[in-house]
Design a protein around this ligand. Structure first.
Ligand code: NAD
Length: 343
């Protein structure tokens, strides 16, 4: 297939492109606006392939999308481009409505106009809302109950995709996935943020009491699942994807502290990086727990995560310790922006 991957320079999109180029024969066009969240270097190796092309463009720009689809004779779309950070969606929801909702609408209309044979929409388990500690995990039938501007915008986009499948007979598949982690994760997200602050010996902010539970999936396992779904998922279906690794935020932060202590050595005068943890005021509308029942993708597409959380986290922390060239400038940009705001 000739696949247009939107958001292919982001955290998950770049893992998808690395997987498609390394493990399949598909040709890939990466369509990305290159916002602050794009990760330079994350597709550098894949870009060497003659099956890879890049188009800089906005998913809200219909002409640019249609032009990319037509000039590259695209057959299938994997739609990942989105604004993805919950805290940013609380501070400024506008960009989330524009990119996540109107961008998906534009992609669907362009797909219809260009005769796209399969539209795979990549979404999140956050659309299902918040689970009690003893509730069963989310299934594909769980009603939507989004509670942040981010998850509401993703829920809206999921509804658009299913409506275009029903109304216009577009071949659509939707995947709803739990929290990803791994290399090339932008340093504003929990695992890289805590890793880098722990490395620098800075305080480690944890929302509330750290009791919120997330299910964690190693990003390459997600990319493998997405590849199976675009290739073999049934038209009109939804697949939940999870990591079989529910952890409280505090457990995640403790595990990172211990790994950084082990891999980078102890700090002067701080016996354990766990001592750097500070509890901060909780995020408004902070969902208590997400958990995924992934029996459908396991039985239909024979997919299961390969990495345990312990293996994946060790690989991830190790990668950050080895790749300051990648994250150093991003952290510096953020510090400069913060200094600018303070003046
Ligand atoms: P990300 O923020 O790391 O990357 C998003 C990419 O999209 C960036 O490269 C950015 O430049 C691009 N982009 C943003 N706006 C664009 C626009 N208007 N036009 C074209 N490109 C644009 O996001 P991610 O974490 O890789 O997430 C990818 C997708 O997976 C999103 O749809 C997200 O909702 C979903 N998802 C993420 C997670 C997670 O844990 N990160 C979990 C489940 C689902």
């Amino acid at each position: 297939m000739r696949i247009l991957v939107t958001g292919g320079s982001g955290f998950i999109g770049s893992a998808v492109i690395r997987t498609l180029i390394a493990n399949t024969e598909h040709a890939v066009v990466n369509f990305d606006k290159l916002t602050y969240a794009s990760t330079e270097g994350s597709v550098a190796e894949a870009a060497q392939s003659d099956r890879y092309a890049f188009v800089q463009g906005d998913v809200c720009d219909s002409d640019a999308v249609v032009n990319a689809m037509q000039s590259h004779e695209i057959e299938a779309v994997m739609h990942l481009a989105a604004e993805s950070h919950v805290d940013r969606s609380i501070e400024g929801p506008g960009a989330f409505m524009q990119t996540n909702i109107m961008g998906t609408y534009t992609m669907l209309e362009a797909s219809r106009a260009c005769g796209i044979e399969r539209f795979h929409h990549v979404s999140t388990d956050e659309v299902f809302g918040s689970l009690a500690m003893d509730s069963p995990a989310f299934t594909e039938q769980t009603p939507y109950d989004p509670r942040s501007p981010y998850s509401a915008s993703k829920a809206a986009s999921d509804h658009l995709v299913r409506a275009w499948g029903e109304t216009y007979d577009l071949d659509v598949v939707v995947t709803n996935c739990s929290n990803n982690y791994g290399p090339f994760h932008f340093p504003e997200k929990l695992i890289p943020l805590v890793t880098l602050r722990a490395l620098a010996g800075e305080s480690l902010p944890v929302y509330g009491t750290g009791e919120n539970v997330r299910d964690w999936l190693y990003v390459d396992d997600h990319a493998r699942a997405l590849t199976k779904v675009i290739e073999s998922g049934r038209a009109g279906e939804t697949y939940n994807i999870g990591g079989e690794s529910e952890r409280t935020n505090l457990e995640v932060v403790h595990a990172i502290c211990d790994l950084v202590d082990e891999l980078a050595g102890a700090l002067d005068q701080v016996p354990s990086r766990r001592d750097l943890i500070t509890f901060v005021a909780d995020r408004p509308g902070h969902d208590l727990r997400y958990a995924i029942d992934q029996s459908k993708i396991a039985s239909e597409l024979s997919w299961r995560p390969e990495q345990t959380f312990e293996q994946g986290l060790r690989r991830t922390v190790h990668w950050y310790l080895q790749n300051e060239d990648w994250w150093g400038p991003l952290v510096e940009q953020k510090a400069t922006a913060r200094r600018g705001l303070a003046q």
